[in-house]
Design a protein around this ligand. Sequence first.
Ligand code: HEM
Length: 178
Amino acid sequence: MFSIRDWRKTRSSLLGGGLLLAAALLVILPLQTVEGGVQQLESAVESSSAPNQSDAGKSLYERLGGYDAISAVVDDFAAKLFEDPRIAQFFRGMGDDTRQQFRQKNKNLVCNVTGGPCKIISRPAKTIHAGLGITETEFNIVVQHLVDTLDKFQVPAAEKSELLEIIGSLKPDIVEEN
Ligand code: HEM
């Protein structure tokens, strides 16, 4: 199998305390070319200053609400992806079982990279998406769906920002075309 480094190698150095916000801005600012919603990415970063005292020391996984909350977020997010005609061509031909596996792999991934107890059961991001010819615009559409889902679930700005930083750091492994 492969290690989590395969998935988050591009972000591993970003996890240090003081560098976190600056790095998040570096990763997220390029996403601002997306239509609509980009301001939300930026404001999520800006307003994520003071963590709740009772959350001190808790992993992002815990602050997101644990596995059940992550599972609900991924289900909602995946439904948006499958329904969006702008990216439908990528998911055409995926049957119910394959979609179920897609959701489960994403749940395990998010659970793992946020500090939860799950094992990663998907292949490395670069391997999975190689040859799909995903553009930056399409990547940003997917990120925007995640933002919309996190807003729907009223995920606080700090947690939203941290998760978006992690997902945003995968961009170089996923985007192949402009
Ligand atoms: C935004 C960050 C993204 C993450 C975290 C992510 C995550 C994943 C995961 C965990 C899988 C399952 C891997 C496996 O089967 O082992 C997957 C597969 C897939 N993703 Fe992504 N993905 C992202 C972006 C995108 C984008 C932007 C697109 C297209 C617009 C896309 C299209 C696909 C497709 C078509 C598959 C199925 C590939 C296959 O089974 O051959 N993904 N992704």
